[in-house]
Design a protein around this ligand. Structure first.
Ligand SMILES: [Zn+2]
Length: 133
């Protein structure tokens, strides 16, 4: 009997960090999928890349967020990643900000803002960009 299926990946949803293959642009997305291919497909749409331009790396430290479907911003920030403020786009992170600035950061689920002011603006404006006039 010829069993060519040496090892099947189980269908457990696990965490992947997907980025462009050499990470030149520095963008990545953490996605949850049983396979690296599935993870790359999910991330391709979010990052605006073709699937074959992407690499997926296992992120076992985030596996326990699979049920949630996202990694809380507070956790990614604590682990040293940076995020962009949803309102003004400012880089937020322990390594890119002064401690005083970092203390003003507000998170809610996977969302992050550089300050309460930005969060309030974002929520009241429903993220409609200001008019050009
Ligand atoms: Zn901001």
């Amino acid at each position: 009997m010829n069993t060519t299926i040496a090892k099947t990946e189980n269908q457990e949803i696990i965490a992947w960090r997907v980025s462009d293959y050499d990470c030149t642009d520095g963008f990545f997305e953490i996605v949850f999928d049983p396979t690296s291919e599935g993870a790359k497909q999910k991330a391709a749409g979010i990052l605006g890349y073709e699937v074959d331009e992407l690499e997926a790396y296992r992120m076992p430290e985030f596996d326990h967020y699979a049920d949630l479907g996202y990694v809380p911003a507070a956790d990614t920030l604590i682990k040293g990643y940076w995020e962009a403020c949803l309102c003004c786009g400012k880089e937020i992170g322990l390594n890119v900000q002064k401690k005083k600035e970092f203390k003003r950061v507000v998170t809610k689920g996977a969302d992050v803002w550089c300050s309460q002011t930005c969060k309030s603006f974002y929520e009241t404006q429903n993220f409609e960009l200001p008019g050009s006039d």
